[in-house]
Design a protein around this ligand. Structure first.
Ligand code: FAD
Length: 467
């Protein structure tokens, strides 16, 4: 009998155990027909997200459809289509990859209930982790809360071989296919007037992920990763986060292609951060939106005050007067992607200079990031806010000026995203207020004094410190 494969965040055909299960099932007692489905309604409605995030989803779907030989159908509601059409399609089994974040878990629980009520079987195959969340545990069976020992234990388990695609699958499209044309996302951008050029086009798909990884190796960035990965002005990282978040590549396939040099091991460690955060969220599902360290909920924040909300707006639009922060926030709006170091700088600034809760920033990131991942986002924010898994004994407050001078030493990154500062040469761009004409092209003066706000942040921390 034919199978239905419901693709969610596993938009590839290679190294895809759950898809192989669907093909094998369809081939065992039929002609291998698999109906591939994607749905714009998931636990979040796609049309509520930023135009660039919507486009990134559509781009991934288009690429997958091409790989399936036009065998992918987009529907409004996957569960509704499955339960109403399965009988006529002679389908009894529906396949899906495991997902571990709390909203997916709740959504799939409800989906299972409806699919089974319609007399069908929902079969869940392995998901997109080298080691599934919940599987890396201490010898006493409890989860790790600190990254370094997690990494050691994870690395021992993360050594499976990539799987080949099971041959014989015949992908077919349903007749009520809604097409893969995304909304014209440039027009939706009008509310946020920017003048830093055209929005980036999103490239996506399994083949693009392979090209991206090849380029990471060929341009030497993988082999200089330790030195260059923190530099915002260089292309020193892989840019594979969209592909990993959309499941266009399995991390196992990446691990199988990297050696054991120090640079390659550091890259494997970054892949492990993704898995560590998924594991932490699996064990602490409320940490998607709540403080992992609950005492931080008691801290004084400026959310809801007029000043706090005005500052939030300035941060969102890249108008804080701190060039490295503003470049990062504008990169988010333009590209739907931000360099990791800069994510830390802008996140620290929101929480520790503007005294706003991390969830406000996480929500904004969720809206825009084309690589949005629930666990990496929530815990990237919590780590930077100091309320998450950071094992450091001191409270980090990033200095946005020094961070800029260190990780964008010639100022090229800032000039790329902040046109009002392009008339300033070299590293002076990080402190434009020191120049006579530094703010002459409409760039704002700093909205806060960093050293005052650092002291304020430490004072608020002292109020919640448990002695
Ligand atoms: C506040 C904040 C929010 C973040 N939100 C997300 C998010 O929603 N989605 C997301 O994929 N990453 C997130 N990250 C992690 C990181 O910034 C991105 O994964 C990275 O910038 C992606 O670029 P890359 O693919 O070139 O990374 P590379 O340096 O090439 O790393 C390879 C892969 O390892 C993983 N990785 C690397 N660093 C981290 C990290 N610190 N935490 C978790 N995984 C990591 C990613 O899957 C990445 O693609 C966030 C970090 C912070 C500080």
């Amino acid at each position: 009998m034919a199978s239905i494969f419901w693709f969610r965040r596993d938009l590839r055909v290679d190294d895809h155990p759950a898809l192989n299960m669907a093909i094998e099932s369809a081939g065992a007692d039929g002609d291998g027909v698999v109906y591939g489905l994607v749905s714009k309604t998931d636990y979040v409605e796609l049309s509520t997200l930023s135009p660039i995030r919507q486009e990134s989803m559509y781009a991934s779907w288009r690429a997958l459809d091409a790989q399936l030989g036009s065998g992918l159908t987009r529907v409004d509601d996957a569960v509704e289509t499955i339960t109403s059409r399965a009988k006529a399609l002679k389908v009894e089994k529906v396949f899906v990859s495991a997902a571990y974040d709390p909203l997916s878990v709740a959504f799939m629980k409800d989906a299972r209930h409806k699919i089974e009520a319609a007399g069908l079987k929902l079969i869940v195959g392995p998901g997109n982790y080298a080691v599934a969340p919940g599987k890396v545990v201490k010898p006493d069976g409890t989860p790790y809360r600190v990254y370094t020992p997690f990494f050691k234990a994870w690395f021992e388990l993360a050594n499976q071989e990539p799987l080949a695609l099971t041959p014989g699958g015949l992908f077919k499209r349903l007749d009520d296919h809604l097409g893969f044309v995304s909304p014209a996302y440039e027009t939706a951008f009008e509310g946020i007037a920017t003048d830093f050029g055209q929005l980036s086009r999103v490239k996506a798909g399994q083949e693009f992920a392979k090209t991206t990884f090849d380029s990471f190796r060929k341009r030497g960035a993988l082999f200089a990763y330790q030195e260059q990965r923190n530099r915002a002005d260089l292309s020193g990282t892989s840019h594979l986060s969209h592909a990993l978040a959309h499941g266009e590549v399995h991390p196992r396939s990446l691990l199988a292609q990297i050696g054991s040099s120090p640079d390659e091991t550091t890259f494997a460690k970054e892949l492990a951060w993704r898995e560590f955060y998924a594991d932490v969220l699996w064990h602490n599902p409320t940490s998607l939106t709540d403080y992992l360290q609950p005492r931080f909920a008691e801290m004084r924040y400026d959310d809801g005050t007029e000043l706090g909300e005005t500052r939030l707006k300035a941060w969102q639009l890249g108008r804080t007067g701190f060039p490295m922060v503003d470049a990062g926030m504008r990169q988010l709006l333009a590209d739907g992607w931000v360099h990791n170091r800069v994510r830390m700088i802008v996140a620290s600034f929101l929480v520790k200079d503007l005294h706003l809760e991390w969830q406000r920033g996480a929500d904004w990131f969720e809206h825009w990031l084309t690589d949005f991942d629930p666990a990496s986002n929530a815990h990237g924010w919590q780590w930077t806010a100091g309320c998450g898994t950071d094992a450091s004994p001191y409270y980090r407050v990033f200095n946005p000026i020094l961070q800029g001078l260190k990780f964008d030493p010639n100022g090229d990154y800032v000039r790329k995203y902040v046109p009002e500062l392009r008339h300033i040469e070299g590293p002076a761009v990080h402190e434009p207020w020191l120049l006579v004409d530094g703010l002459a092209k409409g760039y704002p003066a700093p909205i806060v004094d960093h050293s005052d706000e650092r002291n304020e942040s430490l004072a608020r921390l002292a109020e919640i410190k448990v002695n």
